[in-house]
Design a protein around this ligand. Structure first.
Ligand code: SF4
Length: 481
């Protein structure tokens, strides 16, 4: 392998002979991993049963280097990748367990699994309806356009991941729910759409995880964005969890040097290549290879932003966030978002009250220097936009949440402060009530109008299909992955 020359010569040493090969494990193959034997029978059973509903995939690096097996099942990365029995209500678990382990009735299993999945709000509001752009009344497959300046693109070959997160809101992408899946096989429609939308400055390539693609395939999606007709595209973002689950992608995979050259090509074309790195826990940035990946990415002139959701059982400790951000900053990354866990999948298992989320964010924020305080949160990627909890205040004797939009379907809503009655149990925007005795939040009166006109106000009308499982809740968060 030819060494890639970066700003960090110590990072240029990669040899194919010693490079680890990516090896995924799924429900069908996990028994071949040596760590499987270390699991108690009831934990093995939960993995086998629940993974019928929630997709399960991990890899050798996660098993060997990220999970502390002396701390299973409480280890955060174990909970991040292995299904746990409490992710389903007890009755559902027993029903499914009976079918999977005893009756072995495939048709009955498939029926029950489908029912459970549909209960889990597989596409939180708007993703399949309000955000899909249409041309000549036909939806553009694999595109979402919610905010005026940003288009999301889902390449079909990037709709899987190096490992799956148990909380993932993109899980329908992985389980063959085709009617709930969005992806694009090539960029022709994306490029035509962008050519007619000069207001769009950012393209977010997302998944799944686009970095699952080899460099040649990734280049086929990225290079068309560098042409002269798309000079208005300033930022090409790639949402990815690979920096945590498979940092070898940037360091020792056989085309990792080619990948670095692709990043440099984008930068040389005058664009900002922004890797939106999804990190959940400080342990994901402790290994030498994970740190080397960050250095190699930023060594190309690309930027790496760190973001991830706050999840019960996984990253409730503010010290973990503070360590993650400070390590990232030391390596050249930029802390960006702490998200509130979304209302999809086994949400009861992972959700934290907004009040608690705010306390954790505050505690972590107070532990770091100004350079890490580029981070924003806790932020809900909700139906009307990204709403951040700024604080808890008392006004005229009423305890309130102070909130604002960081992003919104209507750009005029952004950074307008607004207030909700304090509720210690609320876990999402739609649980909150307006303050000062009002019936509606300021944006609710306008929402119908905004959804008719779409993100740019003059974008081709957005699909008007009825909302599916709509709890007026979340929408696309830049990436998850
Ligand atoms: S959160 Fe991201 S990395 Fe994790 S499974 Fe979902 S899309 Fe993949």
């Amino acid at each position: 392998m030819t060494a890639h020359l970066s700003l960090f010569p110590e990072n240029d040493v990669t040899t194919e002979a010693t490079a680890p090969k990516f090896k995924p494990f799924t429900r069908q193959t996990i028994t071949q991993a040596r760590q499987w034997q270390w699991l108690a029978p009831e934990l093995q059973e939960a993995v086998q049963v629940i993974s019928h509903v929630l997709p399960f995939r991990t890899n050798q690096y996660v098993l060997d280097q990220l999970i502390d097996w002396s701390n299973v099942p409480d280890d955060p990365i174990y909970r991040l990748v292995f299904p746990h029995r409490d992710m389903l209500p007890a009755r559902e678990y027993e029903q499914l367990r009976d079918l999977v382990l005893h009756k072995k009735d495939e048709a009955a299993i498939a029926k029950l699994v489908h029912e459970i999945r549909m209960r889990m709000n597989p596409h939180p509001a708007g993703q399949m309806t309000h955000n899909v752009p249409r041309v000549n009344d036909a939806p553009l497959k694999g595109l979402q356009h919610k905010y005026k300046e940003t288009v999301l693109f889902f390449p079909s070959s990037g709709q899987t991941c190096h490992a799956y997160c148990t909380f993932c809101f993109r899980w329908p992408q992985f389980v063959g729910m085709d009617e709930l899946k969005f992806d694009a096989r090539e960029t022709t429609e994306l490029v035509s759409y962008l050519e007619t939308h000069p207001d769009v400055t950012d393209v977010l390539i997302t998944g799944g995880d686009p970095m699952i693609m080899n460099t040649r395939s990734l280049a086929e999606f990225i290079e068309p964005l560098l042409g002269p007709k798309l000079a208005h595209i300033q930022n090409i973002r790639i949402g990815t969890k690979s920096v945590a689950y498979w940092p070898q992608r940037y360091v020792s995979d056989k085309d990792s040097d080619d990948l670095m050259r692709l990043f440099e090509k984008v930068v040389r074309a005058g664009k900002n290549l922004a890797v939106m790195g999804h990190y959940n826990h400080a342990v994901e940035l402790r290994s030498a290879v994970a740190q080397q990946a960050v250095k190699r990415i930023v060594g190309t002139g690309a930027t790496l932003r760190m973001q991830g959701p706050l999840i019960r059982h996984i990253n409730e400790d503010p010290k973990s966030w503070a360590e993650l951000w400070t390590t990232g900053v030391r390596l050249g990354a930029i802390p960006y978002y702490m998200f509130v866990e979304r209302d999809t999948g086994p949400r009861e298992y992972f959700a934290l009250p907004l009040a608690r989320a705010h306390e954790i964010f505050q505690a972590a924020y107070s532990m770091v220097s100004g350079l890490s305080r580029t981070v924003r949160g806790p932020s809900m990627s909700a139906f009307p936009g990204k709403v951040v909890i700024d604080g808890v205040v008392t006004i005229n004797g009423e305890k309130l949440f102070a909130l604002q939009f960081l992003q919104a379907r209507n750009p005029e809503w952004v950074r307008k402060p607004f207030f909700a009655r304090y509720d210690p149990d609320a876990t999402w925007l739609d649980h909150l009530k307006p303050a000062f005795g009002r019936q509606k939040f300021f944006f609710e009166a306008e929402e119908g109008e905004a959804s008719l006109h779409g993100p740019a106000g003059r974008v081709i009308p957005i699909a008007q299909a009825p909302r599916q499982n709509d709890r007026r809740a979340s929408d696309t968060q830049p990436d998850a992955a």
